[in-house]
Design a protein around this ligand. Structure first.
Ligand code: ZN
Length: 293
């Protein structure tokens, strides 16, 4: 949970990669850019952690030294509402992600819950809740008690993860963290996030369901997004793409008005550059409001 609005990239920025940066050096470089969050991408992981324990621990130390809040994006190969064998394998992948997150001191594992497939929405919901509870049982039994589980709002109509589904899961299941991918919501609702009120309505709904603290501490993903009405999300775009929504400045207004302190992870193709841009947008809005008061 963030102590103030924090910003950072989803994964290692391209320029760091070009420099051959070691994972433990990432927090220092982000801090030098003025950023204070980092989402480690474990998106291609299988059933065992694909980072060495000592490397994860070195990242943990470096993140604390440089005041960078860590989160971890779990494997894409998770479907908690599939066939039994798929669900069992998915649970193991999620546990592998949480294990590494505990090593690196990440506060949340963000993950995609799965697909409706042939199930009804209600069945999908129930299967997902059962699977997450099973995972939590195993984690507790293994002494992994710190990291929260963050099912994310999803952008395709075939995927479980409307705002209502995610809020319901967070209300019903202990140890969950609200994760709102605003771009996914925009895509899923056919461009539903146009005005400041559209953003505010989502935050207010989250507050009504989960309480003020959970709303203020939401974990966010943000980018511009291209979508189709038929299937939803198509691809992520940079912030400076006027033909696509949503606009970060409208979310920033709501962040200031509601006293939110979200961790905001940038998912545009130019990760750290756009994370800085969002941070600057928020700073300017805070400044303008202060002058008015
Ligand atoms: Zn995601």
């Amino acid at each position: 949970m963030a102590d103030r609005p924090r910003f950072g990239p989803s994964g290692v920025p391209p320029i760091f990669r070009l420099m051959g940066t070691k994972i433990a050096d990432v927090p220092k470089l982000l801090k030098a850019e003025g950023l204070d969050a980092f989402e480690y991408e474990a998106v291609r992981w299988g059933q065992t952690p694909q980072i060495k324990r000592e490397d994860a621990q070195a990242l943990n130390v470096a993140a604390k030294e440089n005041d960078v809040l860590l989160s971890l994006h779990g494997s894409y190969f998770i479907n908690l509402s599939g066939e039994q064998a798929v669900v069992e394998a998915s649970k193991k992948r999620l546990i592998a992600c949480v294990t590494a997150a505990e090593w690196m001191g990440a506060y949340v594992v963000v993950f995609h819950t799965g697909f409706y497939g042939r199930n009804s929405k209600t069945e999908t919901y129930k299967k997902s809740v059962d699977a997450i509870r099973d995972v939590i049982k195993t984690l507790n039994a293994n002494g992994f008690e710190k990291v929260k589980l963050g099912p994310e709002t999803m952008g395709r109509h075939s995927q479980f993860g409307s705002i209502d589904e995610i809020l319901n899961i967070c209300q019903e299941v202990e140890r969950t963290q609200l994760v709102i991918d605003w771009s996914h919501l925009h895509a899923r609702t056919g461009g539903g996030l146009r005005t400041v009120e559209d953003f505010r309505n989502i935050a207010v709904k989250a507050e009504e369901k989960l309480g003020t603290e959970a709303m203020r501490n939401m974990h966010c993903h943000f980018s511009k997004i291209e979508y189709t009405y038929k299937s939803g999300e198509r691809r992520h775009h940079i912030l400076d793409a006027p033909e696509f929504g949503p606009d970060f400045d409208k979310l920033a207004e709501v962040i200031v008005d509601l006293g939110m302190r979200p961790c905001i992870i940038c998912e545009t193709p130019i990760l750290d550059v756009d994370a800085r841009k969002m941070q600057e947008t928020l700073r300017k809005i805070v400044e303008t409001k202060r002058q008015k008061d």
